[in-house]
Write a protein that binds this ligand. Structure first.
Ligand code: NAD
Ligand code: DAU
Length: 339
């Protein structure tokens, strides 16, 4: 039986990114006694504005790389727990150039694990449902914690590698770690390279949305705040060495998600372009989160997808300064790939 953890000081790697920053806000809003130190390299995906408004006495920001062993060692000496979000996170980028994915996702996780081992620090590793590969559209199955690993892309294979490192460090060195594998997140502050914000900001910029392949690929959408609450439950009450799948029963195919965006933004349902498919494109992801729900009593709150999507669209409408400066370069990268 693992004892419940009541951390007073936690490190959040990748806390200036989409999900990491949401988690930091969630902790600051919901756990008044916890101080957060964010360690983030501020890559193209990190943005300090994501942490705006957080009181100075609740959070410190450290600009640094998770591959910097000396820095990580120093930091881990004075914390109760680490939640590891930092990663290269975008599949299309990993297909264009896998190199930074190997560096951050594999070597970076290795560096953190070595420090967690040395300082006996509680470590929660954030991973993805993509490590399980994909399911057929007509398959009634969903991923569970027992599904064999079968990653398809350079991104998902590096995340699978990092999960394997965590498991080995638990078994061989007794590192106090847990892992969660979550499905597709949506919500405010997601980088505009990703599907939902790309289409919203295309429409806001007078560009037609872009749909890959036949548009029938299915993703299992969860609001990022629900991801955050699940991570907190696992960090504080999860069993050491265990993996928990996080999902909110949100399976939807891409064309239906795009049509919901078009409708919400007053556009015709065929006002988009079909573009070249992603090589190796996973067909369907689906999560069975029974273990998390029954063992830790977690429940998602944002189960109304239409409402969550409308609020997300509103956020991009009201925060143009946050994304407009990177829109042109993001679209130029896609255009060069025929997407
Ligand atoms: P993101 O790309 O928005 O943010 C990644 C953050 O990590 C950025 O702030 C970036 O600056 C930082 N970072 C990257 N390399 C670093 C390094 N070497 N050292 C320190 N910081 C570094 O990613 P996201 O979408 O918020 O995803 C966060 C985590 O959640 C990732 O581990 C990802 O695999 C996982 N995940 C994402 C989703 C999703 O739908 N986006 C779903 C499941 C799991
Ligand atoms: O499942 C969890 C994963 O979800 C995370 O591990 C990843 O970090 C995260 O990026 C996400 O991966 P996907 O590849 O599923 O997300 P993306 O937003 O890139 O694409 C979602 C779907 O939309 C996918 O089927 C590809 C499609 N797509 C994407 C873009 C950018 C389009 O049809 N058009 C687009 O313009």
């Amino acid at each position: 039986m693992t004892e419940a953890l009541s951390p007073k000081a936690i490190i959040v790697t990748g806390g200036a990114g989409f999900i990491g920053s949401n988690f930091v806000h969630w902790v600051v809003d919901n756990q008044p006694d916890v101080h957060v130190t964010v360690l983030d390299a501020l890559t193209y995906a990190g943005n300090l504005e994501n942490l705006a408004g957080i009181p100075e006495d609740r959070m410190s920001f450290l600009h640094g790389n998770i591959c910097d062993a000396e820095l990580v060692d120093e930091l881990f000496a004075k914390t109760d727990a680490v939640v590891h979000f930092a990663a290269e996170s975008h599949n299309d980028n990993s297909i264009a150039d896998p190199t930074p994915f190997l560096k951050t996702n594999v070597e970076g996780t290795f560096t953190l694990l070595q420090a967690a081992r040395k300082h006996d620090v509680r470590f929660h590793h954030i991973s993805t449902d993509e490590v399980y590969g994909d399911l057929a559209l007509d398959d009634p199955a969903r991923f569970t914690e027992e599904t064999p690993y079968h990653p398809s892309s350079p991104y998902s294979s590096t995340k699978a590698s990092s999960d394997m490192l965590v498991r080995a460090w638990v078994r061989t060195y007794g590192v106090q770690a847990t892992i969660s594998n979550c499905s597709n997140n949506y919500g405010p502050r997601q980088h505009i390279e990703k599907f939902i914000p790309r289409q919203i900001t295309n429409i806001l910029s007078g560009i037609r949305p872009k749909l890959y392949g036949d548009g029938k690929n299915v993703r299992d959408w969860i609001h990022t705040e629900d991801h955050s609450s699940a991570v907190w439950e696992i960090l504080t009450r999860g069993r050491i060495g265990e993996t928990y799948l996080i999902g909110a029963d949100g399976e939807r195919n891409n064309i239906n998600v795009l049509r919901a965006i078009l409708a919400e933004m007053g556009k015709a349902e065929d006002d988009f372009d079909w573009v070249r498919d992603r090589p190796g494109h996973d067909r369907r992801y689906a999560i069975d989160s029974t273990k998390l729900r029954t063992e830790l009593g977690w429940q998602p709150k944002h189960t109304d997808f239409a409402k969550g999507l409308a609020a997300t669209i509103k956020w991009y409408e009201e925060n143009r300064a946050w994304w407009e400066s990177v829109k042109q370069q993001t679209e130029a990268k896609y255009a060069a790939q025929g997407q």
